[in-house]
Each structure stands twice: as C-alpha cells, then as structure tokens.
Design a protein around this ligand. Structure first.
Ligand SMILES: Nc1ncnc2c1ncn2[C@@H]1O[C@H](COP(=O)(O)OP(=O)(O)OP(=O)(O)O)[C@@H](O)[C@H]1O
Ligand SMILES: [Mg+2]
Length: 533
C-alpha cells in the first residue's frame, strides 16, 4: 500500500523545506506562521474586532471640533496641531467611509492630506497621533524613521511599516488599507551635510524616495524579501492553492510624520532675513521659534535635506508649541492621563492615598521646564522628587501621603518626620512581620518558632537600626534552622521551639547547642539504644 503522505506534493515540499531549514538551524511550522513567530496570514477572515472597526469606519460621523474636544481631554495646548489633525482625520475617514460604501470611488483620484508635525521634543507630537488612533480605533502603525534603511537588508525596510499595519489589523488587508501610519523622527532622514563630519547622508535620501512612493500610492508587498518564513509560507500557499493577496495598496492610508527639526528655524529665519533686506522689523528678531516653523516653505525643507518630491507629498504642515512651566502645570492637573495620575495609582497599589498640593505641583512644573525636554521633564522631576517616598513608604504603615513644596525640597527631613509620627504603628507592623515569618517557616518546614516578646523587640530594633526588612533579617538569622531542628526533632519529636533573646542574638551558637545537647540527651541515647535492640 502506498503511503498516503507521499502523494501530497505540498507535504513533500514542506518536509524537504523543513529539512533544509532545520539544517540552517531555523525553526518553522507549516500552516501556522504565527506559532513560528511570523506575521499573521494576510487577509484572514475578519474577526469580531475587525468587524467592529469596519462598522465604526462605516458609521464615521465625527466633526473636526468633536475630534478636537476629544484631544483637549488629554493634550494640553497645541491648538493649531489639534485643528489640523482633526480636519485631516475627519476628511480622511469621511473619504474612507465613502469608498467602503461605493467601491468605484476607490479608483478615483484623491488628494491625500498627509501631515507633517514639527516641534521640539516632548510636546505631544506622538501623543496627539496616539490619541487620534485610539479615538477612531483604526489600525495604527508607528515607526521611527531612523530604523529604516534604504535596502532593508540592515535595518527596517520602509514597507515593513505597511506590514506592521496589516498585523495591527489582525491580517485584515481591507481594514489595513485605510489605516494610519505614523513615522516619527522624520527629520533624521534629511540628507543634509551633517554638522561635524560634513558628509552627505545618501541613505537618508534613499529612504525618502522609498517613503514617498508609499505615501503617494504603491502596491506594497505583504511579504518581506528578507522574511524567509514568509517566503516559505507563500510557496506553501501556492502549493495548496490558497490565493491570498500578495500586495496591499497604500493609496488610502493616511501618513502622519513628525520630527523636532532642529535647525529648520535658522534656515527659515535666514530666508526671511534675506527677503527683508535691511527692513526687518524689530519684532521679527524676537519672534518665537514656533512662528518661524509656521512659516516653513518647501524650499526650507529642501535646504534642510528633504527631496522636493518627498516634502511635496506632505502638504499639511503644522508646528507644535514649546511648553512653559504653566503648561506643564496644566498637564499635571488637567490632562486626563497625566503622569501625576499614574503616581497616584502607583501609591494606591501599596494602599497609600497620595495627594500633591498645588505649591508642590508648581515646583515640579518649574523644575521640569528647566530640563528642556517638554512634558518628559515632568517624569524626570517627579521620579527624582518622589523616589525616596516610593521606596520607603510601601514598607511602612503609612496610608496617606500629602506632599507640598517643602516636602519635595527636603525629602530626608520629611521622611524622618513621617517616620516619627508613625513610630508606634510602624513597630506594630514590624512585629506582624515577625509573625508572618513564623507562619512561613511553619508552613515550609513544619516547625513552630515561638518568639518571646524580648526576641521580637530585638528583631524590630535591628530592622529599624539597619534599615533591613524583618523578612531579610529572619531569613538570614534562621537560615540553617530547619536542618538543625530536624536533627533535634529526630531525637526528641519536638516541633515547637522557643526563640528568645539569646537565640536571636547568636542563632548559630544556640542552634548548635541544641543539637549537641539533644544528641547527648540521656533519654535520646536510651531511646536510640532501645531502637538498636
Ligand atoms: N501637550 C501635552 N499635553 C499632555 N501631555 C503631554 C503633552 N506633550 C507631551 N505630553 C506627555 O509627554 C509624553 C511624551 O510626549 P510625546 O511622545 O508626544 O513627545 P514628542 O513631541 O513626540 O517628542 P519627540 O520629538 O521626542 O518624539 C506623552 O506620552 C505625554 O504623556
Ligand atoms: Mg515623538
């Protein structure tokens, strides 16, 4: 009888490919690329989540002002950027909705409103786009332009971002073709002469060319040229007659790119200076950076190092403002997802009710603005200011912490004050920890350690003096006890042992005395003698 397996050509190929891959030390599972760590199969049957997203797109009815209001809940300032993004988003999804309703529209020409967001670091560029994607619930893929390489052999191929989008859409290409692609650090692929080295970055230019094709319209490969698993899966699909789409069209994807664009302001300023020849208004000299960025023209971007065709595909430009200390204060107090809220939750995790008074918030915001890293400075300063509290308080009985500017300015003083105020309760907590150790020891080894009051006091004082937890002290002091007590118990049958002052002061000496004593115990000798008889 013929072996049925051999009659299946796909299986034949799969086993020889399996062998080949095994020799190359590559693990692969046919028929289930996800299990092998590969991309999800494209154009999977839409599941509930994709259906829900498609339904949301079909019912898209938001107005730009509604989108702006949503962004206002999370992002402070950036009025202009919110306006631009709200309009771009609403236009894009209204168009998408129409394309879904009437597929013939898909083939008609449509001028996409790809957006470029400029502005200093940490002011909400990425955050704005993340909030938008969350609002619509559409597939959203994000990448740093610095990851891309021209060929894709060394780094990330620009089409990988499209494949990421398909992954985010759970393999549903119909959904992914209307997704949002966000590329951060776009200024880093400008092919300008890089300051110190003076070399021209040619790979940046190549990446721009590849990206502009995506932004305009291209059939992006769903399978990476360097993805061996994917290639093998494609062969298998062909063998099995599966006809999945091999490419995805990028015409209806919305591209938003952003970057800090350090140095662009100088280029714009020089241009304005040149054109104003001698008549430059005094006010111009004082003009804030944002005003210059708002005046950016294609020629400035080209001088910055972008290809004209590339910058031409990003018709909508907007600049985000820098954040001063009042804005940072607003972020802490008003933004729905502020980092302060995160700290409140962190403390809540230890049963501590945390409150920051307005003067402390002002102090944090003012320190953070000195960092010059936008809202990211808030994280740095909050962490630095609250580090000691976060470290110390979870091990105390403190269940309420209210910090003001003085508390933050002199943390050691504030902590010792808190400690003094809570000393009695803290000692009680440490006594409970001795009981907890006793319980664990009994559960693990079956022996009950009866600590005398005096012994507990010694342990508590030791914990306070050495700043070590009761758990660490007890585990260190009594680390050999279960061995010794087992020996003693083998002689006496005892399972309960008193731990007194002497035992905690020199546990090893006490334990060996117990062992020696019991091994010399006349009753024990007698019992052993009887056993021998
Ligand atoms: N305007 C803002 N309102 C509220 N929170 C903000 C704002 N700007 C930044 N944040 C907070 O700071 C974090 C970092 O901001 P984000 O990632 O948007 O910076 P960015 O402008 O993209 O900076 P970079 O140019 O370095 O990428 C956000 O996750 C958010 O928590
Ligand atoms: Mg960013």
């Amino acid at each position: 009888m013929t072996d049925e397996k051999q009659d299946v050509p796909g299986d034949d190929i799969s086993s020889s490919l399996q062998d080949m891959l095994k020799k190359a030390n590559i693990q692969f599972m046919f028929g289930n690329p996800q299990a092998a760590g590969g991309a999800p199969p494209p154009d999977k049957k839409p599941d509930d989540k994709s259906d829900e997203t498609l339904r949301r797109i079909r019912e898209f009815h938001l107005k730009p002002k509604e989108v702006r209001d949503y962004l206002d809940r999370f992002v402070i300032k950036q009025k202009e950027a919110k306006k631009v993004l709200s309009v771009a988003l609403c236009d894009h999804y209204n168009h998408v909705r129409r394309c879904i309703e009437d597929p013939t529209l898909r083939e008609q020409d449509y001028a996409k409103q790809n957006v470029i967001i400029m502005g200093p670091t940490g002011v909400g560029k990425t955050y704005l786009v993340r909030c938008l994607a969350r609002l619509i619930g559409v597939p959203f893929a994000r990448a740093d332009a610095t990851k891309f390489s021209e060929t894709g052999y060394v780094g990330y191929d620009v089409e990988d971002i499209v494949r990421d989008l398909v992954k985010m859409a759970d393999g549903n290409t119909e959904l992914a073709r209307y997704g949002i692609i966000y590329i951060d650090e776009i200024d880093k692929i400008a092919a300008r002469s890089s300051g110190t080295s003076g070399t021209r970055d040619v790979s940046g230019r190549g990446v721009q060319i590849n990206l502009l094709k995506l932004m305009e319209e291209t059939e992006a490969n769903l399978q990476s040229q360097t993805d061996l698993m994917g290639q093998v899966q494609a062969i298998m699909d062909m063998q099995q007659g599966n006809t999945r789409p091999r490419t995805i069209n990028t015409r209806h994807m919305l591209f938003i790119v952003s970057g800090a664009f350090d140095g662009l302001t100088d280029i714009i300023r020089r241009r304005i200076d040149r054109t104003a020849i001698g008549f430059r208004h005094e006010a111009d000299r004082e003009r804030p950076e944002l005003d210059y960025l708002m005046k950016a023209r294609a020629e400035d971007f080209i001088q910055f190092g972008f290809e004209p065709e590339f910058i031409g595909r990003l018709p909508i430009r907007v600049a985000c403002e820098g954040l001063d200390e009042h804005d940072l204060e607003d972020i802490l107090v008003k933004s729905e997802e502020s980092i302060l809220g995160q700290y409140i939750e962190d403390f809540k995790g230890y049963g501590i009710d945390f409150k920051m008074l307005p003067d402390a918030i002002r102090h944090i915001a003012s320190e953070a603005s000195k960092e010059k890293t936008g809202a990211r400075g808030l994280m740095t300063v909050l962490e630095r200011s609250l580090r000691e509290f976060k470290f110390e308080l979870p091990s105390t009985c403190v269940n309420h912490l209210e910090v003001n500017a003085d508390t933050i300015a002199d943390t050691p003083h504030a902590l010792s004050k808190i400690r003094k105020e809570n000393e009695v309760a803290h000692r009680a907590l440490l006594r409970d920890e001795v009981t907890a150790f006793k319980k664990r020891f009994q559960e693990e080894h079956g022996f009950e350690l009866q600590f005398t009051d005096e012994a507990i006091d010694i342990l508590v004082n030791l914990s306070l003096d050495t700043d070590k937890t009761i758990r660490a002290i007890c585990e260190q002091k009594f680390r050999d006890f279960h061995h010794g007590l087992k020996l003693v118990a083998s002689r006496t049958g005892d399972t309960v042992f008193e731990i007194n002052k002497q035992t905690v002061e020199d546990p090893d000496k006490e334990l060996s005395t117990w062992v020696v004593t019991h091994f010399r115990h006349p009753d024990a000798d007698k019992r052993e003698g009887q056993n021998r008889e």
